[in-house]
Design a protein around this ligand. Structure first.
Ligand code: JFZ
Length: 423
């Protein structure tokens, strides 16, 4: 793996920010398309774009102070509104009442906080003409469309240099050939040799982006799962279905057990303020990370979930999930069992059990074959998702498939129903 990927592989946790004119509508970032708002009408929103409560320092502090290592910011979403100064279009934040280059502000604030920066940029958009639909229907439009897309990307990576990741999106309606994606990446690399590409311009890019599941690609390569905190990327005023801090911690642990990154999203309101629920969830997750960071940072691959396929084991547990590092097995206890915790299926000898916290606490335990019994735990969970570190005599392994004992002979992994799980 090339050296430019080192920081990314160890980053683990990042903040995705979806902000744009759609935030003023408050029905998600696809409102223009889904409601077929004409370009003329949509452009009028720019006259109301003041971003008065958009505070790049506050956004970057929210990330940095809660254990995140990078920020991914929407420079231009599918609506075509640029959040940066550009020579190539008037449809941008400098020409709105905000008169601000928000991308420049985010890049500067991120650097101050020691965060890496990823720029999200949509290839196609719904405002510039010719657009992707014109490009499909008409060869002359195709040439113009591709030329203007490449030019736009060139300007972006020239203005913001150096940045760390170029996060393409909006690849409809073409694949790599149609986008002339190899030439596109080569052009970017010439300007910024250390840049990391995602895979959404049709090429595989430098990391995988699993959708709808959180497991490492097999064979492993760097990966990032992006997730919403409710069910929308851009601000939706009717979406109150927030994930709990425990769920976010669970996602982070899943990323850690697959040696990947979790990129979690906030969608600021039209005025740039961040919904309090998001701030609250991230602060709680951050507080947890300060206490238990060692169980998600620099971890090794450790598969434990039923849905893992291929070479993976079908492992699971009733009290919580696992991560691993060297000879340490970390048990993240999402559902506290009471004063006694029993873990079976252990394929290694436990030398020490430690309840992590401000003061680590050695726990009494016994182990008989694959069954570990930890006693003298507090009756109630000491806070959100406590973590027990099991120090083992070898690289930890768990056998949690369906039988009451581990059979002598190898057998297929337990698989609930292959049709339930997308390959
Ligand atoms: C895209 C955007 O359309 C969306 O608005 C948001 O910005 C998100 C982060 O990215 O949405 C996607 C992209 C890819 C898939 C699904 C939604 N996919 O590969 O299944």
């Amino acid at each position: 793996m090339s050296e430019k990927m080192d920081w990314f592989v160890n980053a683990r946790f990042g903040l995705f920010v979806h902000y744009g004119l759609y935030s003023l509508i408050g029905r998600g970032e696809w409102a223009m398309n889904r409601e077929r708002i004409s370009s003329g009408e949509y452009r009028k929103l720019a006259e109301k774009f003041t971003a008065e409560k958009f505070d790049a320092d506050a956004v970057c502090s929210l990330a940095a102070e809660n254990g995140m290592k990078y920020i991914t910011f929407t420079t231009m979403h599918h609506d075509g509104f640029r959040l940066y100064d550009t020579e190539l279009s008037d449809f941008n934040s400098m020409k709105s009442p905000a008169k601000r280059d928000l991308v420049a502000e985010i890049v500067a604030a991120a650097r101050k906080k020691g965060l890496k920066v990823a720029l999200y940029h949509s290839l196609n958009n719904w405002t510039d003409k010719p657009d992707g639909a014109d490009a499909i229907d008409n060869p002359a439009d195709y040439e113009k469309f591709i030329r203007s897309t490449h030019t736009r990307i060139k300007e972006l990576v020239t203005r913001f240099n150096p940045i760390d990741v170029l996060w393409y999106d909006g690849w409809w309606p073409f694949h790599a050939d149609g986008w002339q994606a190899t030439a596109m990446n080569d052009m970017v690399k010439e300007i910024q040799p250390h840049i990391i590409f995602n895979g959404r311009n049709g090429l595989p890019g430098d990391f995988s982006t699993p959708e709808g599941h959180m497991s490492a690609p097999s064979p492993w390569r760097p990966w990032e799962a992006c997730m919403t905190l409710n069910n929308h990327w851009g601000y939706h005023h009717g979406d109150h279905e927030w994930k709990s801090p425990a769920e976010v911690i669970g996602l982070l642990a899943k990323a850690a057990s697959g040696k990947g990154n979790l990129l979690i999203n906030i969608g600021p309101r039209g005025d740039g303020s961040i919904p309090e629920e998001s701030v609250n969830i991230l602060n709680q997750t951050g507080k947890w990370l300060k206490k238990y960071g060692e169980c998600v940072n620099d971890t090794d691959i450790f598969a434990f979930d039923l849905q893992e396929r291929g070479e993976h084991r079908g492992d699971w547990s009733h009290n919580g999930i696992f991560t691993a590092k060297g000879n340490f097995l970390y048990h993240l206890i999402r559902y506290w069992p009471g004063a006694e915790l029993i873990l079976s299926g252990l394929q290694c000898k436990v030398l020490k059990a430690v309840l992590l916290g401000e003061k680590n606490q050695d726990l009494p335990f016994t182990q008989k074959d694959d069954k570990l019994t930890i006693t003298e735990l507090p009756e109630r969970a000491p806070g959100l998702c406590p973590v027990i570190r099991l120090e083992c005599d070898s690289k930890p392994a768990l056998y949690l498939t369906g039988g009451m004992r581990v059979p002598e002979k190898a057998h297929p992994n337990y698989d609930p129903c292959s049709s339930d799980i997308a390959l």
